[in-house]
Design a binder for this molecule. Structure first.
Ligand SMILES: [Fe+2]
Length: 385
């Protein structure tokens, strides 16, 4: 996150004496990425963040490929993924490669009786249904329908939901997630042509500090396993922090679409980037205004990336028989485009209400059994007249 933020109490100078009320020292921790080269935050704990009491069982959670060489366009009915009580168990990987795991989740219960840390991947949560609070070591972020939540790797968190009706799209990224470089100047500030800016971000607030000793279970995801560790102090014992590496939110409803006289290519919808995939937001917008324009996209050969589109709301202009929560997958290697009739039908239309999240991966995606269970099986032939 290219934006400095701080919460709570911190010493005026880093790496200097910072005493608690009883005269003992706080425990400083550097929380950074890319060695000491990436973004980092400095946090101040009441207790040592290193007090492992027990290392319990580990569970295999890496996804298994049912289709590892996919050439078919697919349509997955995402809302058919079954709701489950536990947050982590509810997360069902549908599509994956070594760069990103794309999951759907319908958690019914809040995650409150343990803590969770993904040690390998940044997590990008898109909230399709539900409201609640993301609780982290560095503060809280209240979320609602349409929010992206970016949680950097290593961040310990819990998540609470206001009701049992929740639907999430989750991308676990094995490369850091940033806002696109081309939206930012060389100081990191978002430029005037960026479809969003610093003011739109939801930064952590309401830092709660727990001075508790006991048994605290942290489930740590690392190398495809979920390790159960017991710590001797509450992980949310931070009294203050500052820096650039922290979780944040951004509402898709604050993405300001870029439009033109003729059809604009997908990069104008880009919201996040990594070195291995991009995330785009398709939002309600006015259509192209050249008198001869065709608003629906042209057929295109996505020879360099698998295209995943997650349908959130509205009528999707270029597709037929699409419902909320559906995922389409257009694999690299074969062209795709608007469905028969939609190209023509788009002419003369002035606006669209479509809302969708696109994830384009630069390496091919594999499909899990969970994906095949909700695959409509015939989408690849849906362009035949
Ligand atoms: Fe496409």
């Amino acid at each position: 996150m290219p934006l400095y933020h701080k919460l709570g109490k911190i010493p005026s100078k880093r790496h200097t004496i910072f005493k608690k009320q009883d005269g003992s020292l706080h425990y400083e921790q550097l929380f950074g990425t890319i060695g000491f080269d990436g973004m980092s935050s400095l946090m101040y704990h009441l207790h040592r963040p290193t007090m492992v009491k027990e290392v319990g069982k580990s569970f295999e959670v890496s996804p298994k490929a049912m289709v590892s060489h996919n050439i078919k366009s697919r349509l997955l009915k995402g809302f058919e993924v079954k709701p489950m009580n536990d947050y982590l168990e509810s997360r069902s990987v549908m599509l994956f490669n070594s760069d990103v795991h794309i999951s759907l989740a319908a958690p019914k219960k809040s995650l409150t009786d343990y803590f969770y840390k993904n040690a390998d991947a940044d997590e990008l949560l898109f909230v399709h249904k539900g409201t609640g609070v993301l609780k982290t070591m560095l503060g809280e972020i209240r979320f609602e329908y349409g929010d992206y939540l970016v949680i950097p790797r290593g961040m310990i968190y819990q998540i609470t939901f206001d009701t049992e009706e929740n639907r999430l799209l989750i991308a676990e990224s094995y490369h850091p997630i940033y806002t696109p470089k081309r939206y930012r100047n060389w100081f990191g500030q978002h430029l005037e042509h960026s479809p969003f800016c610093e003011r739109d971000f939801k930064l952590p607030q309401n830092l709660q500090t727990y001075d508790e000793l006991g048994d605290f279970v942290i489930k740590v995801k690392k190398q495809g396993q979920l390790h159960h560790l017991v710590y001797a102090s509450h992980p949310f014992d931070v009294v203050g922090w500052d820096g650039y590496n922290y979780p944040y939110g951004f509402s898709i409803h604050n993405f300001e679409p870029i439009t033109g006289r003729v059809h604009q290519p997908p990069p104008v919808h880009q919201t996040f980037e990594t070195s291995a995939f991009v995330v785009c937001s398709f939002v309600p917008r006015l259509y192209d205004y050249h008198p001869q324009s065709i608003p629906a996209p042209y057929n295109h050969s996505n020879i360099d990336s698998d295209e995943v589109l997650y349908y959130v709301d509205g009528d999707f202009m270029s597709r037929k028989n699409i419902d909320k929560g559906y995922i389409s997958l257009h694999p690299a290697g074969i062209p795709h485009g608007p469905h028969p009739g939609t190209y023509e039908a788009s002419i003369g239309k002035s606006k669209t209400e479509e809302l969708a999240v696109m994830i384009d991966t630069f390496r091919p995606l594999q499909l899990t059994k969970a994906a095949l269970d909700v695959d409509d099986g015939k989408y690849f032939q849906s362009w035949l007249e």
